[in-house]
Design a protein. Structure first.
Length: 202
């Protein structure tokens, strides 16, 4: 369902998903500098993101749950005039009996076209990772990813993996230009062992 109204040079719109799964509303002024604003909420559950992406060979079905809202305003297509915030009260992914979700509300603030990540951290059985830093939209990136996981999780992602054990710790930095970023970091595996099906291994 969608509603559109034009009055006094201002275009207003609103749309909603069925069963209160989400809604979006906003306005745009149809003359320079074309100021606009929009608000959206989403409350989805039961979506299999891997099937949506065309990956249907996982060993277990996955389920994504999202509950959050977005507020955004700007002027035309000028990225430097973007302001707002994305708040994710609940974000989780389940694969079989395994589940990973955010520890607390995650927030991505936008001010003058610059993104700032706050409290973006997730945890699950033998798993923890976080993302911090920020970005200047369409220009520069300065992000840090840190995490740890048990290698047994590979069995959930790849049906060819028969066995996995050990710990993996990763720390990555993504910096530089938006179109050609530099990725640096390190991966450390402790007591790692992975057995691939149908491949002889000692």
């Amino acid at each position: 369902m969608a509603d559109v109204e034009l009055q006094g040079g201002i275009l207003s719109f609103g749309t909603a998903l069925s069963e209160e799964r989400g809604r979006m509303a906003g306005t745009i002024t149809l003359h320079p500098p074309y100021p606009w604003k929009t608000e959206a909420t989403v409350n989805l559950s039961g979506i299999d993101p891997f099937l949506v992406l065309g990956k249907n060979d996982l060993t277990a079905r996955s389920k994504l749950v999202v509950d959050g809202n977005l507020e955004l305003s700007g002027q035309g297509t000028d990225a430097s005039r973007l302001n707002g915030a994305l708040r994710l009260r609940h974000l989780s992914l389940s694969m079989g009996a395994y589940r990973i979700g955010n520890d607390k509300e995650a927030r991505i603030g936008i001010s003058g076209g610059k993104l700032a990540l706050t409290s973006v951290s997730f945890s699950g059985p033998e798993t923890r990772f976080s993302v911090s830093g920020g970005a200047k939209i369409l220009k520069e990136l300065d992000l840090t990813f840190k995490g740890s996981a048990d290698l047994s999780l590979l069995k959930l992602l790849y049906k060819e993996i028969e066995y996995g054990s050990g710990d993996a710790d990763v720390a990555l930095s993504i910096t530089g230009g938006w179109s050609n970023p530099e990725v640096s970091g390190k991966l450390r595996v402790s007591n790692g062992e992975v057995k691939v099906r149908d491949i002889p291994q000692r």
